[in-house]
Each structure stands twice: as C-alpha cells, then as structure tokens.
Design a protein around this ligand. Structure first.
Ligand SMILES: [Zn+2]
Length: 425
C-alpha cells in the first residue's frame, strides 16, 4: 500500500495523524532555522563557492528563492531573539508572522510582541502592527500607468504573459488602510463620471469619498438582493409562502440575517463557529425533502462549503455529488438556451419542466428543454439532423444568438416536438 494513500484511515485517525505530523513539522522547521542561522553565522557557504547564504540555500539546498529569503530572515532574527525558535516549534508563530514582526522586534518589545502575535493569522498581525506602529496615509492619486509589458520572452518560441497587477489593502495605522489597485479604461470612465455627478455634494471630488459612496450604494443593493433588506419591511404573503416549499419568504430572510449576523452559523462539535462571511446561503435546518419548513427557526445562514457538508451528512456524499453534477448540467443547458436567444426565465422554466425526462448527456438534456420551449402547434420539421445541429451549436464553446442560428442553418423558429421527445428517450 502506498505511503501516501490514506483512503483506508478513519476520519479520527486521519485528523490525529495530521496534528501529529504538523507538530513534528514545526519542531523540524525550528531546528532547520537554527541550522541555517549557525551555517550563516559561520559563513560556511563561502567554501561551497556561494557568495551568500541565500545563494547556498538556492544552489546547494535547492530551496525556492522566496522560501530561502524568508527562512534566512527568520533564522537571523531568531538568533537574536531565541524565544522565536520555541514559538515556532510549538506552533505559536508561523514563519510569515516572524517576517512581519522582524522590523519591530527589540530587546524590550520581543517577548510582548511575540505573545500578542501568538496564534494570529497574517492579516491579524498586520492589523495589530498597524495599531501599534501607525504609518502616515498614502496620498490619493489617480494616474495612468506606463504602458505595460504585454509579454515576457522566456526563450525563442516560448512566451509567458506578464503577471496580472495585484490589488492590495494594507493596514497603515488604527482605522487607516492603504488601497492600491489598477483599473481599466471603462472603470476609470465610471469613476470620473461618478466624480462629476457628485460635484454638487462633493465639490472637492475626493476619490476616497466617491468610492465610499459607491460602496454604500453597492452594499444597499446587495443586502436587498441577498438578504431582502429594506427600510420598509412587509410581512410575507400567504401566496409567496405557498408557492414553493423551498421558497424562503423575505421576512424570514431578514430575521435570519439579523440573528446569524451575516456569518456562517455552522458550529463544530467542540463549539467553534465558522468565520466565513463569503458565499453565504440560506439553508433549511431540516431539508425540505424531509419536511423542513422555511420558518425563522427552521432556516439558517451557511457558507456554501458548510451547506454542502450539511447536505452530505444528511443524504450521503454520492447522492450529493450526483445532484451537483445534475445542477451543473442544468446550468449549462440554461446557458445554451440563453445563447440561442431565450430569456433566462424561459430557460429555467424549460429545464424545470423537462427535468423528469430521461436525458443522460448535455445534448439530450438541451434537446429535452428545447421541446418545452417549442409548442406542438409550431411549424413542424422532419429534418432531425438540423435539430441535432442546433442543439450542438447551443452546447458548443461559443453560443450565438437564436437569430444567427436560424439564419446560418435555415432552421425554423420552432422545432419538431415529436422528434425532440423521441430523441430524448
Ligand atoms: Zn461555514
């Protein structure tokens, strides 16, 4: 059996093994840094024909350049403050944490800073340092960049794209952050237009305030769409509640959003709550298929990962994988139908109404949905090949508009229902 195949292990043994290996890894990493620090101090890289410890790490030890830089920096710092070795060995600090602390470590501050940074993420430590060592604000600027190098020549005939510009948010001081980003011409035009339209309220045209107001408007819109937030809430109607068992009324959404605090509500067996605020979804505590109701108590906010995990715990992994594959295929069919010119609402309706038909491939699934969209009273066509070609066109890599399909293939606007239904069986 392969050392790296762990499928035979129980969940608990797997988790215990991971923790034990990580503990070993931290001890080894701390010892490795101690060795790097000592080799560096003795300049043992020089007899190995390396001009620096970094060169030795890269050329002789075959570490990646950035990994070598980080380890040497941490090793040298830990040599000055040996308490860092212990903190790395027992997992209180990670390498990135020490890298962030380095500029601020002194004989007086080391113990206290290391304690404050213990078991903190990189982002949390950056915030902590910004609070203790505030930096001045950056100037707000909007200026064109020099023309970028579109590609980097690696070797004759081999060209790699230049790395994309990065967006960064860096804590500077308490309550102050530096945001740096690169925008395209269209975004720049929107920014300038918003600036111009706001001039009566914001004569200075301050970009920071323009962006702040834009975010306010965006958040209002997103909260309204995702959580049914509104300044004038109305109770859900009996009609909307009765329409669909999976439907969650807006008043329930608002109450659940207020209760769960815009955070995944999943709690582990030992009481840890998931911290995710992204990919949040409303979930029935008891699945609808098992009688779950869309009440406030019967609904919760989960991140997508925990929503899927909860479903797998209830229905089993295989069942949920099959459901997800089916959902992915349906999404492709909707995309294909929209590419042929139908509205998203029509495409969704067709997919829902044809869901009972046995169709195992994307093309057959699409044909089944097309049958719903083309009434029996429509123009009849006996040419099955053109129907298949139309379906093929819709699932192809570049769906075009229905009008273009019709023009290109001389197809009737309506498809032969009899053929379609037979084809999907
Ligand atoms: Zn979660």
């Amino acid at each position: 059996m392969s050392t790296y195949s762990l499928t035979h292990l129980s969940d608990q043994i797997l988790l215990d093994g991971l923790s034990a290996l990580l503990a070993d890894d931290r001890q080894t990493a701390a010892a490795l840094l101690a060795y790097i620090a000592e080799v560096d101090a003795r300049k043992l890289y020089l007899p190995a024909a390396c001009p620096s410890m970094h060169a030795y790490c890269v050329r002789v030890l075959h570490l990646a350049e950035d990994a070598a830089y980080k380890r040497i920096t941490v090793a040298r710092t830990a040599r000055r403050f040996p308490v860092i070795f212990a903190a790395l060995a027992d997992g209180r600090l990670h390498l990135s944490a020490v890298g962030l602390l380095v500029p601020h470590l002194t004989e007086d501050s080391a113990d206290e800073l290391i304690a404050a940074a213990s078991h903190r993420s990189k982002a949390e430590i950056a915030l902590l340092l910004a609070q203790r060592y505030p930096r001045p604000d950056l100037p707000t600027t909007l200026h064109p960049l020099p023309a970028p190098a579109l590609s980097v020549e690696l070797a004759p005939g081999r060209v790699a794209a230049a790395p994309p510009p990065t967006t960064t948010v860096v804590p500077l001081a308490p309550q102050r952050f530096a945001l740096q980003l690169t925008i395209d011409q269209a975004t720049q035009d929107k920014l300038v237009r918003a600036q111009a339209l706001l001039r009566h309220q914001l004569p200075s045209g301050d970009l920071v305030q323009v962006v702040d107001r834009a975010l306010d408007a965006l958040l209002d819109d997103l909260e309204r769409k995702k959580f049914a937030a509104t300044p004038r809430p109305r109770a859900g109607t009996a009609r909307s509640k009765a329409r669909n068992a999976r439907h969650i009324p807006n008043d329930v959404k608002r109450a659940v959003h207020a209760r769960d605090g815009e955070q995944c509500s999943f709690v582990s067996e030992d009481g840890e709550r998931c911290t995710s605020r992204s990919f949040l979804e409303f979930d029935h505590v008891d699945p609808v298929a098992l009688g779950g109701q869309a009440t406030v108590d019967g609904t919760r906010l989960l991140c997508r990962a925990h929503n899927q995990f909860a479903a797998e715990c209830t229905f089993g992994t295989d069942f949920m994988q099959a459901r997800r594959a089916q959902a992915a295929m349906e999404a492709d069919v909707i995309l294909g139908l929209c590419g042929l010119g139908w509205s998203t609402a029509d495409a969704r309706r067709a997919v829902a109404q044809s869901a009972h038909l046995p169709a195992t491939t994307l093309e057959k699934r699409l044909v089944a949905a097309l049958a719903v969209l083309c009434p029996r009273s429509a123009t009849r066509c006996s040419d099955g090949a053109t129907v298949a070609a139309w379906a093929q066109l819709a699932v192809g890599p570049a769906p075009t508009s229905r009008k273009h399909c019709v023009a290109a293939l001389s197809l009737p606007l309506r498809l032969p229902v009899d053929f379609l239904v037979e084809d999907s069986s």
